[in-house]
Design a protein around this ligand. Structure first.
Ligand SMILES: *Cc1c(COP(=O)(O)O)cnc(C)c1O
Length: 230
C-alpha cells in the first residue's frame, strides 16, 4: 500500500515528466525541489526515503532544526528559498547548500564572508521580481546583470542562476508568458556572464509547474502537491 505522501510524490514526479514531454524537453533537465516548510522532519524523511534529495525551506531556524534532525540521511541538499534579512545570514551560510532568494549585494557579501572554509562554496540564485510589483522582493530585471556580476566575483559563492515567484495568473498561456520573461532574462544573463555554472532557472510551484517547464524552468519548487495542504 502506498502512503498518501508516496502517492502525492509520485504524482508530482509524473506531472514533471509529462510537462517536459509536452515541452519537448528531456525530463532530466527539470529537477524537483520539494518545499518542506511547516512540515515535520519525519515527513521529510518519508519523502527522502522515496529518493528525493533536494528540499527547500523558507524560515531559517525551522530549516536549521530540520537539517540537524536529518543529519543521518546521506546526500540531502538543502535550499533556502525564503526572504533573508542580513542579521539571519550566518546560520544560512553555515548550514544550507543553496540560497535562491538573494536580491541585494549586501546579503551576498555576508553569505560569502560567513561561509565556513571547510564547506564547498554556497550555490546562489538571484531572486528576480519578474512581474514588477514595487513592494515585491527581488532585484528588478534591469538591475539583475550588475548584481549577477558583483555576486559572481565573491569568493565563497557560486552563482547558479535565477529564481522567480510571479503573482498567480489565470490560464496556462498567461502563466507561460510570465515565465518566458524570466527565461529570456536568464538566457541574456547566461550569454553576458559566460559562467559555465550559471545553469539554474528556479521557477514553477504546485499550481503552475507545467507552464514553468514549458518556458524553460530547470528546477520547480513544489510544496503542497508533495506534502499536502499547509
Ligand atoms: C512555499 C513556496 C513554494 C511552494 O509552494 P506550493 O504552492 O506549496 O507548491 C515555492 N517557492 C517558494 C519561494 C515558497 O515560499
Amino acid at each position: 500500500m502506498m502512503s498518501e505522501i508516496q502517492q502525492r510524490y509520485q504524482a508530482v514526479c509524473e506531472r514533471i515528466t509529462q510537462a517536459a514531454l509536452q515541452a519537448g524537453r528531456p525530463a532530466s533537465q527539470v529537477q524537483l525541489l520539494a518545499v518542506s516548510k511547516t512540515f515535520a522532519a519525519e515527513q521529510v524523511r518519508e519523502v527522502a526515503a522515496l529518493g528525493q534529495r533536494d528540499f527547500g525551506e523558507n524560515y531559517v531556524q525551522e530549516g536549521v532544526d530540520k537539517i540537524a534532525a536529518l543529519k543521518d540521511v546521506p546526500g540531502l541538499v538543502w535550499h533556502c528559498i525564503g526572504p533573508l534579512q542580513s542579521n539571519k545570514t550566518r546560520p544560512v551560510a553555515e548550514h544550507f547548500d543553496w540560497v535562491h532568494s538573494v536580491d541585494r549585494l549586501k546579503i551576498a557579501q555576508r553569505l560569502s564572508e560567513q561561509r565556513p572554509a571547510d564547506l564547498p562554496p554556497l550555490n546562489i540564485c538571484l531572486q528576480v521580481n519578474i512581474d514588477g510589483g514595487p513592494t515585491k522582493a527581488g532585484v528588478s530585471p534591469t538591475d539583475a546583470l550588475a548584481l549577477a556580476q558583483a555576486v559572481s566575483a565573491l569568493p565563497r559563492l557560486v552563482l547558479r542562476g535565477l529564481m522567480t515567484i510571479p503573482d498567480p495568473v489565470d490560464g496556462f498561456d498567461a502563466q507561460v508568458a510570465v515565465h518566458m520573461q524570466a527565461k529570456r532574462l536568464f538566457d541574456d544573463l547566461h550569454e553576458a556572464l559566460a559562467l559555465p555554472q550559471f545553469d539554474t532557472l528556479s521557477m514553477g510551484m504546485s499550481a503552475d509547474l507545467e507552464a514553468a517547464v514549458k518556458a524553460g524552468s530547470t528546477m520547480v519548487r513544489v510544496g503542497t502537491a508533495v506534502f499536502g495542504a499547509r
